[in-house]
Structure formats: C-alpha cells, structure tokens
Design a protein. Structure first.
Length: 189
C-alpha cells in the first residue's frame, strides 16, 4: 500500500495568508513551484501517493489566515494522509541568515525524524546550511493534523545566495526533500 504524502505549498497567491516577499520574489510562488516538482517526484515513485494543497498557482484557500490554514489541514485529514509536509521560505532582517530548518509539534516523534532526514536531503542537494530542527506546538498545521507533520523553511528569501538557488534551481529543493523522504523510509532512489 502506497504511503500518502500531503504536500502543502505554504501561503496563498494573494492575501489572506500571502507569504513573505524579498528581492522581488514571493514565497507563495516558490512554494507552489517546488511543491509541484516534489509531487511529480513522488508520483513517479510507486511507494507514494501525493496530494497538493494548491493545484494551480492562482488557487486561493480560505477567506482569512485561519480558514486558509484550516483548509490545508482539513484536506490532509480527510484524505487520510500518512504524512504532512508544509513548504515555506524564511525571511530575516539579517541578510546573512542562510539555510534550511524544520519545525515539528514535538521531539522524539516520527515527524521529528522525518524533518531531520528532509534537512539532510536539502543540504545534500542544495549545499545550504542545515539550521536544525525546532519545536513549535503553536503552529496550527503542526498541532491540528492527525498525522506526523513537518513545516520546512527551505531557504531565506532575504539572502541573495538562498533566493538565487530557490528561484534558479527549484528542482534541487524538490529532489532534496524527496531524498529526505526516501532516507526516512529506508528507500533508495
């Protein structure tokens, strides 16, 4: 039986719940692109089934921040996903901040272990620093999902090297996350 992965391309194309913007790049566009690429890799692998939160770049979820997040969680829960991966891009006033990090509800869980492998895969494929795992039980998509959930901050839109990679080599991010998923399940690509 295939493992069901719900890929949430963080944020909406416009408010409510639009993402960060820096260096002329919008988070919601990057997450949409990389999420679609990740879904293609997962669909090509007979071990996985995949569902996306946004099926077109213009798809708008919810009418507020709260209902946007609820729509993503509801879709994953009703589909019966085995794992939930929410894709995001970071931003900082410190333009030197660089790398990938991941957030989970609690430590010592399957989500934590999956997050560690995803960060490993991202580092291997992009060369960006692995900034580590963080516990964030307050994040709605981590606490309201009925399956292990990981929120991945793939890189910084405010860092020129990170944003260059995110926009010019999105396939490396998709491959990195896919590689992390394979590592977590002990599968080879």
């Amino acid at each position: 039986m295939a493992i069901k992965i719900f890929v949430d391309q963080g944020h909406n194309p416009q408010n409510p719940n639009a993402g960060a913007e820096a260096n002329g790049v919008r988070e919601q566009d990057v997450t949409y692109d990389i999420g679609t690429r990740l879904a293609a890799l997962l669909r090509a692998d007979p071990n996985f089934e995949v569902m996306l939160s946004r099926n077109t770049p213009e798809e708008q979820l919810g009418t507020s921040n709260a209902t946007s997040l609820q729509a993503r969680v509801y879709a994953a829960n009703t589909w019966g996903a085995d794992y939930f991966i929410s894709l995001h891009c970071n931003a900082s006033v410190n333009t030197a901040a660089s790398g990938s990090e991941a957030y989970v509800y609690s430590e010592g869980t399957p989500a934590y272990q999956l997050g560690e492998r995803i960060l490993e895969g991202l580092h291997d494929m992009t060369g960006l620093p692995n900034r580590g795992m963080f516990i964030r039980p307050s994040l709605y998509v981590l606490r309201a999902t009925s399956m292990p959930a990981v929120l991945v901050e793939m890189g910084y839109l405010t860092n020129l090297n990170d944003v260059y990679l995110l926009t010019n080599d999105p396939q490396s991010f998709a491959r990195g996350i896919y590689r992390g998923i394979l590592l977590y399940f002990g599968l080879t690509s």
